[in-house]
Design a protein around this ligand. Structure first.
Ligand code: PEP
Ligand code: CO
Length: 491
């Protein structure tokens, strides 16, 4: 990732929105032309936000359109090239971060620890898979959340109160009171500023080398010694760690400059492109390139709830040059996916489409093969990525939202098996994780139990893997997918 934002970009020529979303549904927009950064406004908008103050919305969007971009077109084009490699099995994509970032959590420790765990996981994967890894954070812009219901009802002082749901810090605030839940256009600018601060810090950390990432002896691998690990598994982990250390020492022996060159990390950002006001205000043309770029992030994705072929999100996304992720749950039909790909990448552009499947461990074996067969047989160029988080949500007896480490691992393994059996390639993984010691997902060698979930449950949205669980998954994934290890299942 280059370290300086583009100074060449010009603001969108489109005037900012006049009409709040959620107003009278517009006619379906089936014909794929003409496109502009605002043409989505003529389409049906899922997860639309009703901004009560249209003038304040306009002012925020005008401000956003005037600010410098967060990322540059050449970084975006570079990522497309890397994804093209991954589509051919020559790289592997690791995408991860919070379910939802909050403005409050824009702190140095939390950003550094998230970046650190992602980089450490990537090094385990490089070592285990023998492939370069593309590192993509779910951060510096992951501030908007789709909700299953637009309104939320709670009992307050014995009375039933209904307010808008919390849609993430880009849109409103989480406390359950009227003022907090009112969509606030000021947050569009504020979130943008926080994304810029986050990205600025990440760029500096990466440029500075982030030393302890390159020294596995500084990593917290205490889960190795946990009693629940079998001696065989422990020996395997130790062997992987020792290979990793040897590899890094070898690079060090090549001299300082070589280490700098070899270990320089490229890093990219991603978020769900949910709030189209925000996305389109930063969608620009850049000099000497054709097309429009979403300059809030390198890899925006379309969520499971907003991928209707005739909806506003697909209309917006079809016009941008960025690579695009599409989340696919177990209910999706192969012909729908083909139609989405053809709408978003009519020229079947390499490096453009990332299909992020999130089927759930219990459904992946049934739901995934028809998609893989149809898309691959049709010759569409896609990168297949497994999100083992969003199909594996459960609630404990006490009503706490959690996910089980075993189910997450199972979906990853089955997804890999499905692709392999069909001659396809699982080219990446997508996690919700944090670098901190939270207790939100159950399981893993370090042993978060249902009873201990409340000891440090910090997520406002979905439960995330903690530091140790994330690192352990990287080891297990390497063990499953690395060359020569493919059938080393079960103990
Ligand atoms: C998410 O990634 O946080 C999310 C909401 O995913 P999905 O759209 O797959 O449900
Ligand atoms: Co989530």
């Amino acid at each position: 990732m280059a370290s300086v934002p583009s100074s060449h970009s010009s603001p969108s020529s489109q005037p900012p929105a006049r009409r709040p979303s959620g107003s009278a549904p517009a006619p379906l927009h089936l014909a794929p032309a003409p496109w502009s950064p605002d043409s989505w406004k003529a389409c049906r908008l899922a997860q639309g936000i009703e901004y009560p103050d249209a003038a304040a919305l306009d002012a925020s969007l005008a401000r956003l359109a005037s600010l410098p971009p967060l990322v540059t077109s050449w970084e975006i084009e570079r990522l497309k090239l890397l994804i093209t490699d991954a589509q051919q099995g020559r790289r592997f994509l690791l995408q991860g971060g919070d379910c939802a970032e909050t403005l409050e959590d824009c702190r140095s420790e939390s950003i550094a620890s998230k970046l650190k765990i992602l980089l450490q996981m990537s090094m385990v994967l490089v070592q285990g898979l023998k492939l370069p890894v593309i590192r993509v954070g779910r951060f510096a812009g992951q501030y908007a959340k789709p909700r299953s219901s637009a309104m939320e009802t709670r009992q307050v002082d014995g009375k039933e109160v209904t307010l808008p749901s919390y849609f993430g810090d880009l849109i409103n605030r989480s406390p359950f009171d009227e003022a907090s839940r009112r969509p606030d256009p000021g947050l569009l600018v504020s979130a943008y500023e926080h994304a810029a601060m986050t990205l600025n810090f990440i760029r500096s950390l990466i440029d500075g080398g982030f030393a302890d990432v390159h020294h596995p002896e500084y990593w917290d691998l205490s889960f190795f010694s946990h009693a629940s690990l079998s001696p065989q598994r422990r020996a395997e982990y130790e062997q992987m760690r020792s290979h990793l250390s040897d590899g890094l020492r070898f690079m060090e022996a090549l001299g300082e400059r070589a280490v700098g060159d070899l270990t320089r990390m490229e890093f990219f950002t991603s978020h769900e492109g949910l709030n189209l006001y925000w996305e389109s205000a930063q969608t620009r043309r850049v000099p000497r390139r054709t097309g429009w770029y979403n300059l809030t992030t390198h890899l925006p994705w379309i969520g499971e709830r907003t991928r209707a072929i005739d909806g506003a999100h697909i209309e917006y996304f079809r016009g941008i040059e960025n690579p695009v992720g599409i989340k696919l749950g177990p209910g999706v039909r192969p012909h729908e996916v083909l139609a989405l790909i053809d709408r978003l990448s009519p020229e079947n552009e390499p490096g453009k489409i990332v299909l992020i499947t999130r089927m759930g461990a219990s459904q992946v074996v049934e739901a995934l093969p028809p998609l893989v067969e149809t898309i691959n047989r049709a010759g569409r160029l896609v990168l297949w990525v497994c999100d083992p988080m969003h199909g594996n949500g459960i609630k404990t007896g006490a009503g706490i939202k959690t996910r089980s480490f075993d189910a997450i691992l199972k979906e990853l393994e089955l997804c890999h098996d499905v692709h392999r059996s069909l001659g396809s390639i699982l080219g990446g993984v997508h996690f919700e994780l944090t670098g901190e010691d939270v207790t939100e997902c159950v399981g893993g060698a370090a042993g978060v139990t249902e009873q201990s979930l409340t000891s440090n449950y910090a997520s406002l949205c979905d439960p995330r893997l903690n530091y140790q669980q994330s690192l352990e998954l990287a080891f297990l994934l390497s063990r499953k997918m690395g060359p020569g290890r493919r059938d080393a299942d079960g103990e």
